[in-house]
Structure formats: C-alpha cells, structure tokens
Write a protein that binds this ligand. Structure first.
Ligand code: AP5
Ligand code: MG
Length: 229
C-alpha cells in the first residue's frame, strides 16, 4: 500500500468523500486544505479572515496562506497521508515536492478522479455537510438516513457557502485553468493514475484501492476503465 497520496480532481469530483474512506481503511492522515481553511474562517483567525473573500468568490487562496495551514500538519503525517485539494497550481506542486524531497518522503501516488463538468454542478449544489463532524452527504446521491441529520453523530447538516450555482461556475473555471495542468506535471513524474469518478461511491473507492494496492498496474493506466456502462 502506498502511503503518501495526492487526490486530484475538480470541485465535486469526490476527493473529500474518497479521502475520508481511504484514510479510515488505510490508516492515513486525511489533509484537506479546504477543510483547514474553512476551520480558520470559522475560528475567526487572521488567516481565516484573509482567506474568506477568496473562498467565497470561488478563487484560490494565496499560496503563502495555504502553505501555513498545511505544512505543519503534513510533517506530523509524513508516514502516511492523503492530500485532498492540494496542490492546486504549479507553484504548490513544486513546493510540496521540495518539502517532501528534503524530508526523504516523496509522493507514492497521484490519483486523478475524473467526472464530467455537467455532473459536478448537480453534485455540488446538492451537497450537505455535518456541522459537527464534517461528514459529506448529498440530497439525492448520498442522503442521510434522517433528513437534515448526520448518520454518524446526529449533527445538523448544512450547505457550504461556495456551493451556490454562480460560485460553482467560477470554481470549475479556476480548476480547469490552474489545477488541471497538474495532471501533465504528475504524469511527467510517472505518478499519475486516472480513476473514473462518474460511478457509485463504492465503485470509485474500490478503484482507488486497486490503484494503490501492491502490484497495481503502472501509473498512466485508467484504473476502472473497463467497468463503464
Ligand atoms: P475545497 O474544499 O478543496 O473544495 P473543492 O476542491 O472545490 O472540492 P469540493 O470539496 O467541493 O469537492 P470534493 O471533490 O471534495 O467532492 P465531495 O467528496 O465533497 O476548496 C474550497 C476552497 O478553498 C477553494 O475554492 C479555494 O478557495 C480554497 N482552497 C482549498 N485548497 C486550496 C489550495 N490548495 N490552494 C488555494 N486555495 C485553496 O463530493 C461532492 C458531492 O458529491 C457530495 O455531496 C458527495 O456526497 C457527492 N458525491 C461524491 N462522490 C459521488 C459519487 N461517486 N456519485 C455521486 N455523488 C457523489
Ligand atoms: Mg472537498
């Protein structure tokens, strides 16, 4: 099992859903820069105050703020982590490479979860999140057992501030312009595997685990390509 993993994918591709499952089953630290930034906004820190306007507009938060929330935690999880939502541009990818190389703990795998844009809008606008534990749901695709309440802890479900239709459009545009080019960056390093994310959650999880298992096909192969239909 590879231990240091990056999940790439557009907003709504399922990075958070899948990272949470991988972290639980493979005992990895799940690090989501989006979650860390939202926690800073909620706590009202100076960093959160600076990040907030960028997030609400669907733009990337400046790199120096993101590095500050991430790298302290990344060190603590250096033996095994799954990164969700980072890196998001070339400068972040190069900084991550530098830090991991200096620690002698390079990435083992980068998995791109692919979903067509048309499906992403429905996923994002229907998403609901537990206020207490952060677990993700979807009103149609992954409903809680009791409407409005978290299955795991009973907490209240709410909608993210940046999941309104116009902000979702901006987030997708930013993804295509700044983050999608990282596929070529990691393909060039021989690390990239692509998984079809337009499948039921459990199927995507299986494909991710297969891609990370010892003896998995070499990166570059589409891990669940044969199962479409
Ligand atoms: P972030 O929190 O990372 O948001 P995102 O990348 O836009 O991605 P999402 O969290 O919206 O989607 P996801 O891929 O995690 O999908 P999920 O599993 O929830 O970032 C938010 C903001 O913070 C950014 O816009 C930026 O401002 C800032 N930021 C964060 N990181 C940054 C960085 N590194 N640099 C600069 N700025 C940064 O699934 C979505 C929905 O679909 C859910 O309802 C889920 O239940 C459902 N779903 C999941 N899988 C499936 C499936 N297979 N079938 C059907 N439904 C599914
Ligand atoms: Mg997420």
């Amino acid at each position: 099992m590879s231990r240091r993993v990056v999940l790439l994918g557009a907003p709504g591709a399922g990075k958070g859903t899948q990272a949470q499952k991988l972290a639980e089953s493979e005992h990895l630290v799940h690090l989501s820069t989006g979650d860390l930034l939202r926690a800073a906004v909620k706590a009202g820190t100076e960093l959160g105050r600076q990040a907030r306007a960028h997030m609400e507009a669907g733009q990337l938060v400046p790199d120096d703020l993101v590095f500050r929330v991430l790298f302290e935690r990344l060190q603590a999880g250096a033996d095994g982590f799954v990164l969700d939502g980072f890196p998001r541009n070339r400068a972040q990818a190069e900084e991550l490479d530098r830090r991991l190389a200096a620690a002698g703990t390079p990435l083992d795998a980068v998995i791109d979860i692919e979903v067509p844009d048309a499906k992403l809008v429905a996923r994002l606008t229907g998403r609901r999140i537990c206020k207490s534990c952060g677990r993700n749901y979807h009103v149609d695709f992954l409903p809680p057992r009791r409407a409005g309440a978290c299955d795991a802890c009973g907490g209240e479900l709410h909608q993210r501030a940046d999941d309104s239709p116009h902000v979702v459009g901006e987030r997708l545009a930013v993804y295509h312009e700044q983050t999608e080019p990282l596929k070529a960056y990691y393909r060039g390093q021989g690390l990239l595997t692509t998984v079809d994310g337009d499948k039921p959650v459990a199927e995507v999880t299986s494909a991710l685990k297969a891609a990370l298992a010892p003896g998995a096909p070499a990166p570059g192969v589409r891990a669940n390509a044969g199962r479409r239909g």
